[in-house]
Design a protein around this ligand. Structure first.
Ligand code: 13P
Length: 238
């Protein structure tokens, strides 16, 4: 049973720092139980993907528009051309700072599907929703908008990232994560996927990794700030 470990470097590292950390990853012998994927900044992505052939890379985002007169955007065309295999869609920070919503996520998912890029879709509730015990109905609403029963999906990764757990040091209990992961799988059972994987993200670090790894049937983790630390990366060493 292999777990995806996605290193979301966000905007933490510049080109030089990303290159040096990717070099560290490329030289490391990974425990075979883990499948590492690196999501560097856009400006580093192409270079790293070309330089470190033994690593897998993901874009942090792409736009709806594709090829054309769209200054400052990231076309899926560019990602595809460089043979990048994964792309994060609907990360909470993109939702927060760039107004991404589930309708846009749904469209981007279709673009990824037609471009043969494996999407890493982020869903999750805010603190108030969590406190009101409305997490399931929130996730259900998101999945309803994002996925289409009439479509046939290839491999899709869904990251359950509670907004209140991102960058806060707070994590849900194992039981809470398990319940939501099971809920997502149950909700999507009538949809067609070649492979559907559920990951957890939000304040995963060296201190809680061992505990979170006990969650049954979870397919991996999406890691932010800890993912730039060698001490954290060493957890996946053979
Ligand atoms: P942190 O691990 O920094 O909480 O971020 C989680 C996240 O947003 C990963 O995509």
């Amino acid at each position: 049973f292999m777990k995806f470990i996605i290193f979301n470097w966000k905007s933490y590292l510049n080109f030089k720092e990303s290159t040096s950390l990717a070099k560290f990853l490329a030289k490391m012998k990974f425990d075979k139980r883990f499948k590492p994927i690196v999501a560097p900044s856009n400006i580093s992505l192409g270079h790293l993907n070309k330089t470190f052939k033994n690593l897998l890379f993901s874009a942090q985002n792409f736009d709806l528009y594709g090829k054309g007169g769209f200054t400052s955007y990231t076309s899926i065309n560019d990602i595809k051309d460089q043979n990048i295999k994964f792309a994060i869609i609907g990360h909470s920070e993109v939702r927060q700072y760039s107004g991404e919503n589930d309708y846009i996520v749904s469209q981007k998912l279709k673009i990824a599907l037609s471009s043969k890029i494996t999407p890493i879709i982020c869903v999750g509730e805010d603190l108030l929703t969590y406190k009101k015990n409305k997490t399931k109905s929130h996730i259900k609403k998101q999945l309803n908008i994002i996925f289409d029963k009439k479509l046939k999906y290839d491999e899709v990764l869904i990251a359950y990232e509670p907004l209140w757990a991102i960058g806060s040091g707070l994590v849900p209990t194992n039981d809470e994560v398990l319940k939501i992961a099971d809920f997502i799988k149950l909700f999507l059972k009538d949809y067609t996927f070649k492979k559907l994987k559920i990951l957890y993200g939000g304040s995963v670090n060296s201190d809680n990794l061992e505990m979170l790894s006990k969650i049954k049937n979870l397919d991996g983790f999406l890691v932010g700030s800890a993912s730039i630390k060698k001490s954290f990366i060493n957890n996946f060493k053979l």
